[in-house]
Design a protein around this ligand. Structure first.
Ligand SMILES: Cc1cc2nc3c(=O)[nH]c(=O)nc-3n(C[C@H](O)[C@H](O)[C@H](O)COP(=O)(O)O)c2cc1C
Length: 330
């Protein structure tokens, strides 16, 4: 399939794996790229630029196809050394960066000087337009359904994607709730040039996380995510569990007086416990409503091939058959 996204990134299928803390490491990123999509190493999971350089080299040994690096600009008081991370990305020969969180404006000159294509992930049309204005090459539009941070506007993809299509000139992918061939066809119909998936890629053989995490996603329904940190204007969609239930109790008790320190125990240092040790009840970890549509743990290649085959079958079969036959020409 050819779209503006496959052309822009030089990939076979319009399927991107979004950056995921403690999940988007070399084995998954390389597997997605090997399968014809675009894999993404999650920069900040590597604690230093030197460790990121090593992870980029590791992915390069596993695939000769293009892959990218996610750089998440955190709402933090003390920034990680972003210029050094960008230098490591450039030195590693990576030509695609997915930015997320705050606007990447400050870092665009350095990224562009290194010949890097930037896809900015955002949750509103206004932020997407800003990304376009500051020179991003593409946008990933994350609807309210998404795992991770859906922003504060709560606009689901059935509205957000066609709104983005109305306004944007740069190519964009649909993110949030994307899992299969139906998602891809729907996203294309709504004006997107491809899809970005997070939660779906965790439940794959190659995702370098504990089996308990994959099983928890397969077991979850679309009703099993919760929104946390709304009062802190840092909303995150996470899988419900014992730690999250406690966190929500604290949020209710504290009300408007809630501070991040009150929920530190449920949000800080949780990812290694969950993803490495398999303690899926430990606290808050991102998960999308898409969990309700995830019923198996295939290899990345089987998943990507299935998405593409199902999308083609859907377009050529069901959708085409719904059209009235062409009137015969005189
Ligand atoms: C476990 C997990 C961790 C994530 N970590 C990050 C991250 O560090 N940076 C980022 O930009 N997005 C992160 N995301 C968001 C994904 O890249 C993607 O935008 C989102 O998962 C799309 O929604 P979906 O889960 O419905 O596919 C994370 C998502 C999940 C599920």
């Amino acid at each position: 399939m050819k779209t503006r996204i496959t052309e822009l990134f030089g990939i076979q299928h319009p399927i991107i794996q979004g950056g995921m803390h403690f999940v988007g490491l070399a084995p998954l990123a390389a597997a997605v790229s090997q399968a014809g999509g675009l894999g993404m190493i999650t920069g900040l999971t590597l604690r230093t630029p030197e460790l990121l350089a090593k992870e980029i080299a590791r992915a390069g040994e596993l695939t000769d196809k293009p892959f990218g690096v996610n750089l998440t600009f955190l709402p933090a008081f003390s920034d990680p050394p972003y210029p050094e991370y960008i230098a490591a990305i450039a030195a590693g020969g990576v030509k695609i960066v997915e930015t997320a969180g705050r606007s990447p404006e400050k870092y665009m000159p350095a990224l562009k000087a290194a010949g890097i294509k930037v896809i900015h992930k955002c949750t509103s049309v206004r932020h997407a337009l800003k990304a376009e204005r500051i020179g991003c090459d593409a946008v990933s539009v994350d609807g309210f359904e998404c795992g991770g941070h859906p922003g504060e506007d709560d606009v689901p993809n059935f509205i957000l994607l066609p709104r983005a299509a109305e306004e944007l000139k740069v190519p964009f992918v649909a993110s949030g709730g994307m899992v299969d061939g139906r998602s891809l066809v729907a996203a294309l119909a709504l004006g997107a040039d491809g899809i970005n998936m997070g939660t779906r890629f965790i439940a794959t053989k190659e995702a370098p996380v504990h089996e308990n995490v994959k099983k928890a996603i397969v077991a979850a329904s679309e009703l099993d995510t919760r929104l946390i940190m709304r009062r802190l204007k840092n909303t995150e969609r996470v899988l419900n569990n014992a730690g999250v239930t406690r966190l929500l109790e604290i949020e209710r008790e504290k009300g408007d007086k809630l501070a991040i320190a009150d929920i530190y125990g449920q949000v800080a240092g949780i990812y290694p416990k969950v993803m490495v040790e398999g303690d899926v009840e430990a606290g808050a970890w991102s998960c999308g409503m898409a969990a309700g549509l995830i019923h198996d743990i295939p290899s990345v290649r089987d998943l990507v091939d299935r998405i593409m085959a199902d999308a083609e079958r859907l377009v050529r079969g069901r959708l085409t058959s719904l059209l009235a036959p062409h009137a015969s020409r005189p």
